[in-house]
Design a protein around this ligand. Structure first.
Ligand code: ZN
Length: 181
C-alpha cells in the first residue's frame, strides 16, 4: 500500500510537478500539498490525471494552490490562466473529485458516508468510530444541485454522483420537486 515507506503526499507531488510546481529541492513544501488523509490518494491521483490532460491541451499557466478537507469533503483550489473551455474542464473534474470524496473514506479509500460528530468526516463503517451517518433527504442521496443565472434567467442543475462509474448523471429537477424558471 502507498504511504507505508514513502510519504504519499510527496509521491503525488513528484508524480505531477507540472500541476503542483513544488520548490525544486523540497517537494513536500508545495503550496497545494494535500491537507487530508491517505484514503483520498486514489481520487486525487485520478483528479491530477484529468487536470493534466486539460492543462496540457490548453498550454496556459496552472498551479494547484490548496487541497484540503473541509466539512468532511474535499476542496481543491488553483491559480492560473486557462481558456474558458479548459477552465470549465478543470472545474468539472474538480467537482467529480469533490463528489467522490463525499462517498469515500478519508482514512482507507473504501466506500464511505458523511458522518456527524464533533466535526463532519467521511468514513467507512470500520473507521466511523461510532459517528452517526448524516442522512440525506430521501431521493437526494449523492445529489449535487447547482443554481446559476445566465442571461438574466435562473437555472438549476441537478446531478447524482455515481461512485461505481465515477461520473455525474443528470437528474430532471422536476423529479425532485425543484422548480426551474
Ligand atoms: Zn475506512
Amino acid at each position: 500500500m502507498m504511504g507505508v515507506v514513502r510519504n504519499w503526499r510527496v509521491e503525488l507531488i513528484e508524480a505531477y510537478p507540472d500541476l503542483f510546481r513544488p520548490p525544486a529541492d523540497f517537494p513536500g513544501a508545495a503550496q497545494g500539498s494535500p491537507e487530508c488523509d491517505a484514503g483520498w490518494y486514489d481520487l486525487l491521483d485520478r483528479l491530477c490525471v484529468r487536470i493534466r490532460a486539460a492543462v496540457q491541451a490548453d498550454g496556459g499557466p496552472f498551479k494547484l494552490s490548496q487541497i484540503k478537507q473541509k466539512y468532511g469533503t474535499l476542496r481543491v483550489y488553483w491559480d492560473g490562466a486557462l481558456s474558458p473551455e479548459a477552465d470549465a474542464q478543470v472545474e468539472e473534474v474538480i467537482a467529480l473529485a469533490e463528489a467522490r470524496s463525499a462517498v469515500t473514506c478519508e482514512i482507507c479509500g473504501e466506500e464511505g458516508r458523511l458522518r456527524d460528530g464533533a466535526w463532519l468526516t467521511t468514513r467507512c463503517a470500520t473507521h466511523a468510530e461510532g459517528r452517526p451517518v448524516v442522512e440525506a433527504r430521501s431521493g437526494f442521496e449523492n445529489m449535487h444541485i447547482v443554481r446559476y443565472v445566465t442571461g438574466g434567467n435562473r437555472f438549476v442543475s441537478c446531478r447524482r454522483y455515481d461512485r461505481e462509474n465515477d461520473v455525474f448523471v443528470d437528474v430532471d429537477p422536476a423529479t425532485l420537486g425543484i422548480e426551474e424558471d
